[in-house]
Ligand binder design. Structure first.
Ligand SMILES: [Mg+2]
Length: 385
């Protein structure tokens, strides 16, 4: 049986699970605030199989953008036709982003210009998830001090709340999202409001923001100013916290969502915590070595080189006597004094990776420092080409 139905329960994969033949089933009640740890089930020790295309089996894809559909603003080759094919098979597509600075209209326009037709309602932002959290707790028309950009102010207004910029306006909450133009005066007002008892909410806690020049401080880093100054910890709406994925499930009415992303610590962990299945694509930040060394909460249900994996079946990994087979490859943990993992065979590289994931996730981490562990993973990966 396949795994979780979606972001409301914990049902995580394990080795030897059969193909995804289960019918699309009713959603669980998604909580937008209660975090889930997934500790009720055994850790996943192998990628899952799916006898047919994922886009036939799951009714909605909750797609991350950067590293999945585009990379730093440049379309990822093959993404547009893969998404069109998934949509033609009846899969609903929602684009789910931790970016709280741009409006859904702006993001939809960018996607459409890349050949990925999208409207503002197809875009779900952490700003919207944060505004939803605020609206659940505050009365209509309540003042909210917004430390952020246009996308966040709009989301707050759309939920019937009133964005303000001063502590003197008596805000019941402070909501903070990334903006490249945050100034000291606004941070000072926010600190005063939080100290006066305002609820503190963050759109997302990403420490960095990828740019062509390298990582730059993201909202999670900017938030440290207010956390340090007030001693208060915010509630976070964005991935991997549950509210954003729950908002997305609600938006598209997904009964059996598949989270699709390129980051293990946001997209995949978010799916894990919400009890949904996930597809990792290798077009963004995650390197194959990261996958082999991933802790349980970062292990995706499926792995594919790119979004073409949405419309493909995913082969079974067979396990026998500590050896894991996929396609033409067989992988196993090395013996004492040997390399961490041993792999042999030939065939599609991605099947070799799936076999290696199973061996690695079953064996546990190799000994040594993080650098030595990465070397051990690199050695295993070199053997599949
Ligand atoms: Mg990404």
């Amino acid at each position: 049986m396949s795994g979780g139905n979606g972001l409301g329960g914990a049902d995580h994969g394990s080795a030897g699970r059969g193909p995804c033949t289960a019918p699309r089933t009713a959603p669980r009640t998604a909580s937008r605030t209660a975090p889930r740890t997934g500790s009720r089930t055994a850790p996943r020790t192998a990628p899952q199989s799916c006898a047919g295309p994922l886009s036939d089996h799951y009714d909605a894809a909750l797609l991350d953008l950067d590293g999945v559909v585009y990379l730093g603003g440049t379309p990822i080759p093959g993404a547009a036709p893969a998404l069109a094919a998934a949509s033609a098979r009846g899969m609903k597509l929602a684009y789910v982003t931790n970016n709280a600075s741009r409006t859904p209209h702006a993001i939809a326009a960018q996607l459409s210009a890349m050949g990925v037709p999208a409207t503002a309602t197809d875009i779900v932002t952490s700003a919207q998830a944060a505004a939803h959290l605020l609206a659940d707790r505050l009365g209509a028309g309540s003042a909210v001090l917004v430390v952020g950009a246009a996308g966040l102010r709009l989301a707050v207004r759309e939920r019937g709340l009133r964005p303000v910029t001063s502590a003197a306006a008596g805000p019941l909450a402070v909501v903070q999202g990334y903006s490249p133009h945050i100034d000291y005066g606004l941070l000072a007002e926010a600190a005063l409001a939080i100290n006066a008892g305002a609820w503190y909410v963050l759109s997302n806690a990403d420490p960095t923001l990828p740019t062509p020049r390298g990582p730059q401080p993201g909202n999670g880093s900017l938030a440290q100013v207010l956390i340090h100054a007030t001693g208060r910890q915010p509630v976070v709406a964005g991935k991997p916290e549950p509210p954003l994925h729950a908002e997305s499930v609600e938006r598209v009415g997904a009964k059996r969502p598949l989270v699709v992303g390129d980051r293990l610590d946001t997209d995949i962990e978010g799916a894990f915590r919400g009890g949904a299945d996930s597809l990792l694509v290798l077009t963004g930040v995650t390197r194959p070595a990261d996958l082999l060394l991933a802790p349980a909460e970062h292990r995706p249900s499926y792995v594919a080189t790119d979004l073409a994996g949405l419309n493909a079946s995913h082969p079974q990994v067979t396990a026998a006597d500590g050896r894991f087979g996929c396609g033409g490859w067989t992988a196993a943990a090395g013996g004492p004094g040997e390399a961490w993992l041993a792999v042999s065979g030939s065939g599609a590289w991605i099947d070799g990776l799936r076999a290696l994931c199973s061996a690695a996730w079953s064996a546990g981490l190799p000994p040594g420092s993080p650098e030595e562990q990465r070397r051990a993973a690199g050695l295993a990966l070199a053997a599949i080409g």
